[in-house]
Design a protein around this ligand. Structure first.
Ligand code: IPM
Ligand code: MG
Length: 368
């Protein structure tokens, strides 16, 4: 029986469309090689959608996503839309509603610094002689981002504003299970990050982490306060395997981790929702960790690897095509080993071949 999957393709703004084009070429190639196919529904999102329809997340886009097995997402936002009211800006008006609508509670953000790319990391190279490979698991649909009440009012003659940080135990349990399962497939070490010396939500978080640990006796669980975790990440990033934390802490730490990896243009991410019944697969949205990079958009110089690896994560977690995902990961690693470099990861060494967006994808395709 032929394997066919439906995906929604939301390229968005900035470098989104150009890197998306390359990731779809790579997807075409693995489809031919591994004997499956995808039906792609291309939809507007972000600033592109605002320009065309007045709204960053049109209804047609949502329904196309609902009819798909996964969403392949580029990036949204840019200076053109920054002065719009916050609720219809690309980030808040498209990204957050997509996460909430599809219940994408588990955000997997790998932070990888390959041994051959340590020069691109701002961390002193003697601290990371072999690079590092950390997986950040961030809770994505709870906490202070979405808690209510949230708002602004007048009190005693002056404006006050408030947000609510709230977690149900079941929300903590499900993200911890994802993190423990991820640790089982890697180095079996999990660091849970909280602020249990101050926050009630963190006390519940830590208790729950200790409880869930009993289901995963092979995984070593430890705990760090978030401020200490921020320090340890820059001091000894290679000591981490998997890190799990709540929404806001994860927002901050995942950016720190991406920055120290020195290759924002190479980091994919997955936002996973419900399990597909009777399978190990999730509905998910896959996107590069970096942003829309409006400063280099349209020049054909952006690194397509983050988008290509996002497609690989989609094959792994939503479509159940792990061999194709492995093939993409391996081809990307070989492309880097063979010295192909976009501007973001180049040093100017004579062994390097400087390439643009399309030529980087060509080099990956040649190694598939
Ligand atoms: C991210 C971004 C978003 C977040 C913004 C754009 C709303 O920073 O995906 O990390 O805060 O989650
Ligand atoms: Mg962020």
């Amino acid at each position: 029986m032929s394997r066919t999957y439906r995906i929604a393709v939301l390229a968005g703004d900035g470098i989104g469309p150009e890197v998306m084009t390359e990731s779809l070429r790579v997807l075409d190639a693995v489809e031919a090689k591994f004997g499956f196919s995808t039906t792609r529904s291309t939809q507007l999102v972000g600033g592109a959608a605002i320009d065309a329809t007045g709204h960053p997340l049109p209804k047609e886009t949502i329904s196309a996503c609902e009819q798909s097995d996964a969403i392949l997402f580029g990036s949204v936002g840019g200076p053109k839309w920054e002065s719009l009211p916050p609720d219809i800006q690309p980030e808040r008006g498209a990204l957050l509603p997509l996460r909430k609508h599809f219940g994408l509670f588990a955000n997997l953000r790998p932070g990888v610094c390959l041994p051959s790319l340590t020069h691109a990391s701002p961390v002193k190279n003697e601290l990371i002689p072999h690079g590092f490979d950390v997986l950040c698991v961030r809770e994505l649909t709870g906490g202070v981002y979405f808690g209510t009440p949230k708002g602004r009012e007048e009190r005693d003659g002056e404006p006050v504003a408030f947000d609510t940080m709230i977690y149900r135990k079941s929300e903590i349990q499900r993200i911890l299970r994802v993190a423990f399962a991820a640790a089982m497939g890697r180095g079996k070490r999990l660091v849970s990050v909280d602020k249990a010396n101050v926050l009630a939500t963190s006390v519940l978080w830590r208790e729950t982490a200790i409880e869930i640990a009993r289901e995963f006796p092979e995984v070593t669980l430890s705990h760090l306060y978030v401020d200490n975790a921020a320090m340890q990440l820059v001091r000894r990033p290679d000591s981490f395997d998997v890190l799990v934390t709540e929404n806001l802490f994860g927002d901050i730490l995942s950016d720190e981790m991406a920055m120290i990896s020195g290759s924002l243009g190479m980091l994919p991410s997955a936002s996973l929702g419900a399990r597909k019944e009777g399978t190990d697969l999730y509905f998910g949205m896959y996107e590069p960790s970096g942003g829309s990079a409006p400063d280099i958009a349209g020049q054909g110089i952006a690194n397509p690897i983050a988008q290509v690896l996002s497609a690989a994560m989609m094959l792994r977690y939503s479509l159940g095509e792990p061999a194709a995902a492995d093939a993409i990961d391996a081809a990307v690693a070989r492309t880097i080993d063979d010295g192909f470099r976009t501007g973001d990861i180049a040093t100017g060494a004579p062994t390097e071949t400087r390439v643009g967006t399309a030529a980087m994808a060509d080099a990956i395709l040649a190694r598939l």
